[in-house]
Design a protein around this ligand. Structure first.
Ligand code: MN
Length: 247
């Protein structure tokens, strides 16, 4: 039995933990650092936050990376703490077999694991001084599949504009074939293991069309954001991924 004095001390400690902003419910007495040290970590942006100006403004990049992406990582780590046997898995392996994730955390892993995976790719799919057109094998494959680079851009932009609400548009390679697909929320084309997934393939290029990706600068003008985004596309990254993943 807890003495009155001990009970008081526990209450005061709990109150102090709350005041310090602990995100954990009091019933789980883990130190807050257990979250920060979870298996998944927020990668650094591969360039300064203002590198994509004027097409994507620094403030949007800061909030998008340090708050939105960080929240996906933190929530993923919290979920994985309930299934420690998954802590050594790579994020793409987790997403490729969502049916192997315990049902109680499956939706959380789908949303936040998807968010982590998508954003880690997204930062690399852009660069300062990007844009232009792809070269080499990927350029040839795009021309063969879509007729021309401009025809590809039109189809990709249509998918990005037409994604109702939050989501992504992607250029994927699937069984050697290029395809443009869209995914809702933080679903990603590599996800497998739940019935409602339709888009499949390995992402070569993707655009985040959640409002948090553009609303500060573009407000409701998603089409303007998409047009500007072509100026920051990292075609070297997409080309390297194509070479690696086309087989
Ligand atoms: Mn986002």
């Amino acid at each position: 039995m807890m003495t009155r004095r001990e009970a008081l001390k526990t209450t005061m400690l709990a109150a102090a933990a709350c005041a310090a902003g602990s995100a954990l419910p009091m019933a789980t007495a883990q130190p807050a650092s257990a979250l920060a040290n979870g298996p998944f970590t927020l990668p650094k942006l591969p360039y300064p936050a203002d590198a994509l100006e004027p097409h994507i403004d620094a403030r949007t990049m800061e909030i998008h990376h340090a708050r939105h992406h960080k929240a996906y990582v933190d929530n993923l780590n919290k979920a994985i703490a309930e299934a420690p046997e998954l802590a050594t898995k790579r994020i793409d392996d987790l997403l490729k077999s969502l049916d192997a994730v315990p049902e109680k955390i499956r939706t959380t892993v789908r949303n936040n694991g998807g968010g982590h995976y998508n954003h880690e790719l997204f930062w690399q799919m852009m660069k300062k001084g990007g844009g232009g057109e792809p070269k080499g094998e990927l350029a040839k494959a795009i021309e063969k599949r879509f007729g021309s680079f401009n025809a590809f851009k039109d189809e990709f932009a249509r998918a990005a504009t037409g994604q109702f609400g939050s989501g992504w548009a992607w250029l994927v390679v699937d069984g050697g074939e290029l395809r443009v697909v869209a995914t809702p929320n933080q679903d990603t084309p590599v996800m497998r293991g739940i019935p409602e997934l339709r888009a499949a393939g390995a992402p070569l290029l993707g655009i985040d069309v959640w409002e948090h990706a553009y609303y500060l600068h573009y407000q409701n003008r998603r089409a303007d954001y998409i047009s500007a985004w072509w100026n920051v596309v990292n075609w070297d990254f997409a080309t390297q991924r194509y070479a690696k993943l086309k087989g």
